[in-house]
Design a protein around this ligand. Structure first.
Ligand SMILES: Nc1ncnc2c1ncn2[C@@H]1O[C@H](COP(=O)(O)OP(=O)(O)OP(=O)(O)O)[C@@H](O)[C@H]1O
Length: 251
């Protein structure tokens, strides 16, 4: 877990006059869980999208292992992106397709797999892995929010990414379902050895499951380290944020 799999150096991104990222530096260790936390609108999603190449940074560098993504031509960047998986807030499933078709979609469209038996086997394996073995023929709108999120994770995992990014994986879920999703993140990390990077507002969960926490504020990382190290931060905002997040639990 000592080698960085993703490195970000001095990253800047603005939208017109809105300077969102202002010199972000971050290292994410291979096979770790890293949580990016911070106030709303502070640039967490923009940082995510800049790392995975969905947004082009204005300045700065991003590496995946030894490859500098920010130096790659678009075609090569697309190729490297197959090592990244994403699970976004709304699970982004296609409602017109069954669950099975949703999961096989990247196999057909990205990996150009044609062998129906092989595709079906992978879909079945994934559904068993997320502990929802019998829902291949259901449509996403027949599922609960928590099930949809698990299917979204399965669709990302079927590509066997090396890094899986979760943007607010538990938004809209009650605490019990949220826990099942965090357990799934931990299983993805421990059982499949996949590096997991998550944005979350659930600070206690982030502290519980992460190896590293990075606190983003106004476009810069103002604290990062193990949960214990970040909990000891001297930064007033970090201290307040953590105190308030944990005191909510005590109410
Ligand atoms: N594609 C875009 N075009 C213009 N502005 C954008 C774009 N994407 C994000 N922004 C702006 O960047 C800023 C940071 O947004 P971002 O979504 O990264 O915040 P966040 O920290 O993830 O917030 P939250 O925790 O509420 O999800 C906001 O001011 C937002 O309006």
């Amino acid at each position: 877990m000592d080698k960085p799999i993703v490195r970000v150096a001095d990253l800047y991104k603005a939208f017109g006059p809105n300077e969102v990222l202002k010199g972000v530096n971050l290292e994410i260790q291979e096979k770790s869980i890293c949580a990016i936390i911070g106030q709303s609108g502070t640039g967490k999603s923009v940082l995510f999208k800049s790392i995975i190449g969905m947004l082009t940074p204005d300045k700065g560098r991003v590496w995946f292992k030894d490859t500098e993504l920010t130096a790659l031509p678009k075609a090569e960047l697309m190729d490297i992106r197959k090592y990244f998986g994403y699970s976004f807030q709304n699970a982004a499933l296609f409602d017109s397709m069954t669950v099975g078709e949703n999961i096989e979609f990247p196999l057909r469209e990205v990996l150009h797999m044609k062998n129906k038996k092989e595709i079906k086997k992978k879909v079945t394996e994934m559904l068993e892995w997320i502990e929802l073995p019998d829902i291949a023929s259901k449509r996403p709108d027949e599922l609960s929010g928590g099930m949809r999120k698990r299917v979204g994770v399965a669709r990302s995992l079927v590509m066997r990414p090396e890094v899986l990014f979760f943007d607010e994986p538990t938004t809209g879920l009650d605490p019990v379902l949220s826990e099942t999703i965090y357990n799934l993140v931990v299983r993805v990390n421990k059982e499949l050895s996949i590096t997991c990077v998550l944005i979350t507002h659930d600070i206690p969960a982030a502290f519980r499951i992460s190896d590293k926490i990075a606190f983003l504020d106004q476009g810069c990382i103002i604290a990062d380290g193990t949960p214990g190290e970040v909990a000891q931060s001297d930064h007033a905002l970090v201290k307040d944020f953590i105190r308030l997040s944990f005191s909510e639990l005590a109410v």
